[in-house]
Design a protein around this ligand. Structure first.
Ligand SMILES: Cc1ncc(COP(=O)(O)O)c(C=O)c1O
Length: 474
């Protein structure tokens, strides 16, 4: 019942891991086990002061104090995963440490095999590529539309998915990133219909869309639109602590959850942080609570306010959903006439003390988060107005370095074979004409510039200015 506001006075939102951790905190024991800092005493006092004594007191791992285990999920952790599955509309949910990265690795390891083909959008996160290197499955690339004026990737055309499925009868999965980092949404309903017609599972990397099931003004979550398996980076926008994410299996999924669980057992740490797991439990409970619902409505209202103010500006422009697809209103990508995105980012940071999510050659990305106050946006608007009316033409410059890779790959050797081939290191400028030996994908956004086995061309060099040397195949 995630879309309904619960009356907290009547219904106390249950958060089993948070409650179990509090119980452990309230009933301290003499500790002769890991973590060896033993309630924070075995660490630097300055660090303890910085993070607070309590944070170290609750820094424990599973198995102790009746807190349950992560793999396999037992006790309060299992209960919290079940509550999360209900809240996100899934049959089964796994809590992830090491972010959605480990979710993507487990999906690749558990569901794809050496030599199988997987349809993947080229602008996927590098964790999907790492997963394919591990499993040995071969990507069949979809290159989405390019919004060249914005230096951004657009949506994925369902027709491209259909065409690849019709021309390749041995595809084992379709793996789509939705939304993009900047909030561009693809037509998952149509893609899902096509996948079902071909009896191929649909995996959706929805790392940036974990709030969608909690407010009807946001796009519809892929779990509702027919995806079989979805990852969510709760730590990105959902309110949990850094590195904590979730993986969901859909109600009528084609996928066997045990295959994913087995891979997660191998990949996960054997000392999971209870604090991170509790933060996932807390984030889910918060989003279901009246307080969380209000915060999300406020984030959407703040985004609309910011967007309407930007509309009034002369020299600052925003990416809107008028390119024939939807966008997530809370992700606001803007560009300013006369300024590169990197320059705009540094003006905001140095002159106004504002830090944005990221910057590219063209623009910057602003996240309207559930934790932001309206006054944060009033300040941001005030600063943007100053930038809008200041003539920055005199300091206009574009860096030599390009940031958002938007190249069509020239593939000469399979990903896994190339990754494990013999390599040598050469000066980057001399690498043109050679085959890359490494995954080059800087974060953010973690989209690859080059993959093992791809031809290095002159077009890559502006993206590689920070690389004096690069690994190439011998
Ligand atoms: C689309 C996408 N998928 C997966 C990830 C990996 O997520 P995490 O940082 O939670 O490991 C990212 C990270 O930026 C991402 O942008």
């Amino acid at each position: 019942m995630p879309n309904k506001i619960k009356n907290e006075k009547q219904t106390k939102i249950h958060a089993p891991i948070v409650e179990a951790l509090k119980k452990a905190y309230d009933n301290p024991t003499f500790q002769f086990h890991i973590p060896g800092h033993t309630k924070g005493l075995g660490t630097l006092p300055d660090f303890r002061k910085l993070v607070g004594k309590k944070a170290l007191l609750v820094d424990t791992t599973d198995e102790f104090d009746n807190l349950g285990t992560l793999t396999p999920a037992t006790g309060p952790i299992k209960e919290a995963e079940e509550l999360a599955a209900k809240a996100f509309g899934a049959k089964r949910t796994f809590f992830l440490l090491n972010g959605s990265t480990i979710g993507n690795l487990a999906i690749a390891m558990g569901l794809t095999k050496k030599g199988q083909k997987v349809i993947v959008n080229r602008n996927c996160h590098r964790s999907i590529l790492t997963g394919l290197i591990i499993s040995g499955a071969e990507p069949l690339w979809i290159v989405p539309e390019k919004l060249t004026d914005w230096g951004l990737w657009g949506n994925i055309d369902a027709y491209d998915v259909e065409e690849l499925l019709e021309n390749n009868d041995d595809v084992s999965a379709v793996w789509i990133t939705n939304p993009t980092y900047e909030g561009v949404v693809s037509d998952i309903a149509s893609i899902s219909k096509i996948c079902k017609k071909h009896n191929v599972p649909l995996i959706v990397d929805e790392a940036h869309g974990c709030l969608w099931n909690f407010n009807e003004k946001l796009p519809t979550t892929s779990l509702k639109l027919g995806a079989d398996i979805v990852v969510h980076s709760l730590h990105k926008t959902g309110g949990s602590m850094s590195q904590s994410s979730m993986l969901h299996i859909a109600e009528d999924s084609l996928i066997n959850a045990d295959d994913v669980e087995r891979a997660l057992m191998l990949l996960h740490t054997t000392s999971p942080s209870l604090m991170l797991l509790a933060s996932l439990d807390a984030a889910r409970a918060n989003l279901q609570s009246m307080r969380g619902q209000k915060q999300l409505s406020r984030a959407i209202a703040n985004a609309k306010y910011l967007r309407s103010e930007i509309d009034k500006m002369q020299n600052i422009h925003q990416l809107k959903s008028d390119f024939g697809y939807k966008t997530d209103v809370t992700k606001v990508f803007i560009k300013a006439d006369g300024l590169s995105g990197k320059r705009l980012e540094s003006i905001l940071e140095i002159d106004f003390g504002i830090e944005v999510e990221s910057a590219s050659d063209v623009g910057i990305l602003i996240l309207c988060n559930i934790g932001n106050k309206h006054s944060d946006f009033e300040y941001l608007v005030e600063c943007l107005k100053k930038i809008d009316t200041h003539n920055y033409q005199d300091i206009y410059y574009l860096e030599n370095k390009k940031h958002m890779p938007m190249l069509t790959p020239i593939i000469k050797k399979s990903l896994r074979d190339a990754y494990f081939s013999e390599k040598e290191v050469v000066p980057t400028k001399e690498a043109v004409g050679r085959l890359s030996g490494e995954v080059v994908a800087e974060c953010p956004p973690g989209i690859s510039i080059l993959l093992p086995g791809e031809l290095i061309t002159e077009d890559h060099l502006p993206y590689l200015t920070d690389y004096d040397v690069i690994e190439v195949l011998k």
